[in-house]
Design a protein around this ligand. Structure first.
Ligand code: IVH
Length: 696
């Protein structure tokens, strides 16, 4: 482009398109020269001007933005995978301590190792304490002060060459000035700031790209990119904390080494401290732990290193960890953060569930921004308020919980949380039945939250399991009026054209979804019952009902008959083990509600609801039988006996009726055994029972 370029607003589409194409080729070539070949082909100013022109054109002609536009790529793509690099000095790991006691033992071990410290207990053992950064370690090699190469830790002996990627880091010194040994390998931890991580995931989600579980994964995924433009677009940073090969020593102490690193322009963690005894280290540990949640990077402990480098040298290594350093790990999965808000979610049965919206915080490697508050009593009991700093904990994969409020950090003038008595979605009264912990929206079928939640449940894994029918679809289809009731899902094929016309939806996704729906037009009774989302009817109860009533017709008929107090149908229902009066009440009211009856008719017209089929238990002596256990069992728990009976195809009931086939009575059996006798039901001892099922 030798001529002065025309102002963008004077260009035609064709001219702009041609220029964008040239710019893409040109800028990408400069990127390759710079990032890959280490040989910039133009000055920074010229390069910036090209990029600016590209940006201006794209702003004026957004419809002409190219797939290979430099605005989408910051660097160049290496042509092959990562090559392997052997570390000049192995990259080691660290031993762990988890308590003050273990730390004391560690210090004792160090003192015992060094004779002078053993001989003279008054000599202090200075240690450096610094946060243990939760990222990935890297080794940077400098020769004559110039950055040469970078390698990941790999297996400690051999890592991967990520030189091109590291060159895209914004905050690293690529030239070391001043007192620089011929060869310096600086080691440290590459990380992504929590805030950058959140931004990145937002972008990823928007672009329908993979979201990362935590900042460490995101950092690793961002560094190890063959397309270094991706690395370049992610603001990776590094804390320097160790060295590899050194052609001459740098300082006498760890602290002095850090000072030198800072002077060279590396980031050294600002919380780093020298401590001279156990108490000092513990104080440093506590201080760092307290700041953990408010730091913009993840840490998972505190690292202690012997300050004197000559002592480090003498202490050396055991297997692959230094004797002169250890990591004091934080106890797993608790963190402090602030409650920004308390959200009230409305479930499919109208239950209001309070959810704490948290300032995002990493707990056990996972970023947590919500925690359950269970119900209004729990909030009152713990006096949890918006704005409070709270301790949250995450056990395994369960939803994080608020353990307690950090009262010292409560803001003056904070007010107790007022639990809503109206549904926050539909505005209907939200009431609490006596003895119930849960407040419920009374909006029923007019409450959009309940409707959408019911849909979600309907298509979920344990229910109709319609693949590809995610929450987003549920909400969108509902909002667009494509589905009003769950039965409408099976009429979506009549809206094929509307579906195909939806923005961002390809024919393929439409075909896939419709096929997935067709696949579920035939459904086993137990799944169907579960999918209805009746209060208290989870998968287990749905199965019990299916087993009891076999067909949808029989079930509906029985539920109608059960409205009559004293009817056989009602006592049969109550007699299903696991179905108490409260469950029975919910079932009866569901099946007899007018809208639900219309919906069930609609389903029956749309679907094939398969009769319940008992598992193949041919040969089982108790298949299809109704059994009641009573009294104390001696060889197994009641729960295990019940599970065994069900596994063999029997139904287990809670009380004896004329429909009972067997009563297994242990010591202490009272009225049930008596009733069995009266009704002529076969009575078995535990021993006889075991014999019957072949376990005697
Ligand atoms: S020193 C020879 N200091 O933790 C000692 N390591 O569990 C080398 N790490 O592989 C490590 N923060 O990736 C050191 N301030 C810190 C650290 C740190 C994080 C990582 C490092 C190491 C791992 C060991």
């Amino acid at each position: 482009m030798s001529n002065e370029p025309l102002p963008v607003d004077q260009l035609t589409d064709m001219e702009a398109s041609a220029e964008l194409k040239d710019l893409a080729t040109e800028i990408n070539a400069h990127d390759k020269a710079y990032y890959q070949d280490d040989a910039p082909s133009i000055s920074d100013g010229e390069y910036d001007a090209l990029r600016q022109r590209n940006q201006d054109l794209e702003a004026a002609f957004p419809h002409l933005i190219r797939k290979d536009s430099p605005s989408k790529r910051v660097g160049a793509t290496p042509t092959s995978g990562f090559s392997k690099v052997a570390h000049a000095r192995p990259m080691l790991s660290l031993g762990n301590v988890f308590s003050e006691e273990e730390l004391a033992d560690f210090l004792t071990g160090v003192r015992r190792f060094l004779k002078e410290l053993t001989d003279d207990p008054s000599i202090p053992l200075d240690m450096v304490a610094e946060p243990k950064i939760d990222g990935l370690s890297i080794s940077l090699r400098y020769e004559k002060g110039k950055f040469i190469s970078a390698a990941t830790r790999g297996d400690g002996a051999v890592g991967e060459d990520v030189t091109a990627n590291v060159k895209t880091f914004k905050e690293l010194p690529f030239e070391l000035k001043g007192n620089v040994p011929e060869v310096v390998e600086v080691r440290g931890e590459v990380y992504l700031a929590k805030s950058d991580f959140a931004e990145l995931n937002k972008r990823q989600e928007k672009a329908d790209d993979k979201v990362f579980a935590n900042p460490r994964n995101a950092a690793a995924g961002s560094l190890r990119q063959l397309d270094i433009s991706i690395t370049a677009s992610r603001p990776l940073k590094m804390f320097a904390y160790a060295w590899g090969e050194l052609s001459e020593p740098v300082g006498d102490t760890q602290w002095a080494f850090f000072e030198q690193l800072k002077a060279w322009g590396f980031q050294v963690n600002p919380l780093t401290k020298v401590c001279n005894d156990l108490a000092g280290l513990m104080a440093a540990y506590t201080e760092i732990a307290e700041q953990r949640a408010s730091l913009d990077y993840d840490i998972d402990g505190v690292v202690y290193k012997v300050n004197r480098l000559d002592w480090q040298e003498r202490l050396g290594f055991v297997s692959r960890a230094p004797r002169w350093a250890t990591a004091h790990k934080f106890p797993a999965e608790k963190a402090q953060t602030v409650i920004n808000d308390i959200d009230i979610q409305v479930g499919r049965t109208g239950s209001l569930t309070p959810v704490a919206k948290l300032e995002p915080v990493t707990v056990g490697g996972v970023v947590v921004s919500n925690a359950t508050l269970h119900n209004e009593d729990e909030i009152a009991r713990k006096d949890i308020r918006v704005g409070d700093t709270v301790v949250i904990q995450r056990a395994g994969d369960v939803i994080p919980q608020v353990v307690e409020v950090v009262l010292e950090k409560r803001a003056k003038g904070s007010k107790a949380f007022k639990y809503p008595i109206k549904c926050p979605i539909c505005g209907s009264d939200a009431v609490r039945d006596e003895g119930e912990a849960v407040r419920r929206c009374t909006g029923g079928s007019i409450c959009e939250a309940q409707i959408v939640e019911r849909f979600r449940h309907f298509v979920s894994r344990g229910a109709f399991d319609i693949e590809g029918f995610g929450s987003k679809h549920v909400e969108a289809f509902f909002d667009e009026g494509l589905i009003k009731t769950a039965a409408d899902i099976f009429r979506l094929n009549e809206h094929e054209n509307d579906l195909r016309g939806r923005e961002g939806w390809g024919d393929k996704s439409v075909d896939k979804l419709l096929a997935a729906i067709e696949l579920r037009r035939t459904v086993p009774l137990d799944r169907f019952i579960f999918a209805l989302g009746i209060r208290q009817i989870g998968q287990a109860n749905a199965r019990l009902l299916a087993k009891q009533y076999i067909s949808i017709g029989a079930l509906r008929q029985a539920m109608q008959e059960a409205t009559v107090i004293g009817s056989d149908a009602l006592s049969d229902l109550n007699n299903i083990d696991g179905v108490g009066p409260s469950v029975a009440k919910d079932l009866i009211s569901f099946f007899n509600e007018e809208n639900n009856q219309a919906l069930l008719d609609d389903f029956e017209a749309q679907l094939t609801i398969e009769d319940f089929e008992a598992p193949d238990d041919s040969g089982s002596p108790i298949v299809g039988k109704t059994i009641v256990f009573t009294g104390t069992l001696e060889t197994v728990t009641r729960g295990e006996a019940k599970a065994k009976a069900e596994q063999l195809g029997a139904k287990v009931a809670g009380s004896v009726s004329k429909k009972t086939d067997l009563v297994v009575a242990g010591p202490g059996a009272g009225s049930k055994a008596k009733k069995a006798e009266e009704l002529g039901v076969r009575l078995l001892s535990e021993e006889e029972w075991l014999e019957l099922i072949g376990e005697g």
